[in-house]
Design a protein around this ligand. Structure first.
Ligand SMILES: NC(=O)c1ccc[n+]([C@@H]2O[C@H](COP(=O)([O-])OP(=O)(O)OC[C@H]3O[C@@H](n4cnc5c(N)ncnc54)[C@H](O)[C@@H]3O)[C@@H](O)[C@H]2O)c1
Length: 333
C-alpha cells in the first residue's frame, strides 16, 4: 500500500483493542513502523504479549470494562476495535460472546461518542451472511447470522452504523473473509483452518477435512486485511460504510489442503471426518468491487504466495516441523 497512507498515521495516538491477537498484531506492527503512538487493550483471551512489538504500550484489560475503555478512547484520535471472542468460544459460551462482542463494542462507541476520535474502525466478519443465496456476496445482500458469533458481529456493525446516523460518530466497518498468514499460530486452539492444516500436514502428512471438503471459502492474506483496515481509518469515503475484505476467489477446502501440501513441499493425504458443527457454510466468496472502487484497495497477495509466506514463517518461528523430504541417495538403487 502507498507510503502516503502509512504517513497518515505518523504521530497519531491510536488505540487497538484486541491488538495482541493475530490480525491486531499485524496492524499494530504496521502502525508502530508508520510512527503512530499505539496503545493495545487486550485481555489475552487468545492474544499473546509477545505479539505486541516494542514501541507499543500494552494495557491488559477487557473491553467489558467501561471505565478503562473510556480512559483509553479519550487518549486516542483513532480507534481500531478488534477485540472479540472468536466463533468457537462464542458457540460454547454465547453469554461471554454477548458481553465482549456486543457489550464491549457498545463501551467503545459510548466512549467515542463522548470523546470524539477522528474514526472508529470495526472489524466484522463475512459470517454475518450465513449461507448466501447467490455468490459472490455483495455488502447489501441479505444477512442471515447462523451462529451467536455472527449475531454479535452483526450487532456490533449495527451499533456502529447507528452511532454514525444518530450521533455523527465517524465509523468504518470492514467484513473480513477468512484471514490467514504470518502471526496466525497453530498452537492457538481457536486458530483458523489454514494454520490447523499446516500443523497437521507438517507433523503427520494427514489433513482432516470436515465433510466432503467441497465447501468453499475466500481466503485473505493478513497484510491485505491490514491494508484495508488502515484505509478504513483514514479514507474520507470509508465513513459510515461497510466493506467486504476478501479476494473474490472461491477455493474449496480440499483444494486448500492440496495447496498447503505444495507450500510445504510435501505429499499429503486428505482424510474426511464429520461435518463441522460451527461455521457450517457451504459456499462463501465475497464481491470486493465496493472497496476496490471506493477505497482503491485490492488484494496484493495470491493464495499460493500467501501460503508460501506462511509456511516460511511457521518454520522460522518453529511452530511447525521444518519439512525435509527424503532425497534418494545413489546407493538406494
Ligand atoms: N481471522 C479471521 O479470519 C477473521 C474473520 C472475520 C472477522 N475477524 C475479526 O477480526 C478481529 C481479529 O480477529 P483475529 O483473527 O485476530 O482473532 P484473535 O482471537 O487472534 O484476536 C482477538 C483478540 O481480542 C482479544 N480479546 C478477546 N476478548 C477480549 C476482551 N473482552 N477484551 C479485550 N481483548 C479481548 C484476544 O485476546 C485477542 O488478542 C476480530 O474482531 C474478529 O471477529 C477475523
Amino acid at each position: 500500500m502507498s507510503v502516503q497512507v502509512d504517513a497518515a498515521f505518523a504521530g497519531r495516538r491510536v488505540l487497538v483493542t484486541g491488538g495482541a491477537g493475530f490480525v491486531g498484531g499485524g496492524l499494530v506492527r504496521r502502525l508502530v513502523s508508520a510512527g503512530a503512538e499505539v496503545t493495545v487493550l487486550d485481555d489475552l483471551f487468545t492474544g499473546l504479549v509477545e505479539t505486541i512489538p516494542p514501541g507499543a504500550r500494552f494495557v491488559r484489560g477487557s473491553v467489558t470494562d467501561a471505565a478503562l475503555v473510556r480512559d483509553l478512547v479519550a487518549q486516542s484520535s483513532l480507534v481500531f476495535h478488534m477485540a472479540a471472542r472468536n466463533i468457537i468460544a462464542s458457540t460454547k459460551n454465547p453469554r461471554d460472546d454477548f458481553e465482549t462482542n456486543i457489550g464491549g463494542t457498545l463501551n467503545v462507541l459510548l466512549a467515542a461518542r463522548e470523546t470524539r476520535p477522528d474514526r472508529v474502525v470495526y472489524t466484522s466478519s463475512t459470517s454475518v451472511y450465513g449461507n448466501p443465496r447467490s455468490i459472490p456476496i455483495n455488502e447489501e445482500d441479505g444477512v442471515v447470522p447462523l451462529s451467536p458469533y455472527a449475531v454479535s458481529k452483526l450487532a456490533g456493525e449495527h451499533y456502529c452504523l447507528a452511532f454514525y446516523e444518530s450521533y455523527g460518530l465517524p465509523v468504518g466497518v470492514v467484513r473480513y473473509s477468512n484471514v490467514y498468514g504470518l502471526g496466525q499460530r497453530p498452537d492457538n486452539p481457536y486458530c483458523g483452518v489454514v494454520s490447523k492444516f499446516f500443523a497437521s500436514a507438517a507433523s503427520s502428512g494427514v489433513v482432516s477435512v470436515h465433510g466432503d471438503g467441497e465447501q468453499t471459502r475466500d481466503f485473505t492474506y493478513v497484510d491485505d486485511a491490514v491494508d484495508a483496515t488502515l484505509l478504513a481509518a483514514v479514507h474520507p469515503r470509508a465513513e459510515g460504510e461497510v466493506f467486504n475484505v476478501g479476494t473474490g476467489i472461491e477455493i474449496s477446502v480440499n483444494a486448500l489442503a492440496l495447496l498447503i501440501g505444495r507450500a510445504l513441499g510435501k505429499e499429503i493425504t486428505v482424510e474426511h471426518i464429520d461435518r463441522r458443527d460451527v461455521d457450517n457454510i457451504r459456499r462463501r466468496v465475497v464481491n470486493i468491487e465496493k472497496i476496490r472502487r471506493m477505497l482503491r484497495w485490492s488484494p496484493q497477495v495470491t493464495l499460493e504466495d500467501g501460503l508460501a509466506r506462511t509456511a516460511a514463517w511457521l518454520a522460522q518461528a518453529s511452530l511447525v516441523e521444518p519439512v525435509r523430504e527424503r532425497v534418494p541417495r545413489r546407493s538406494d538403487g
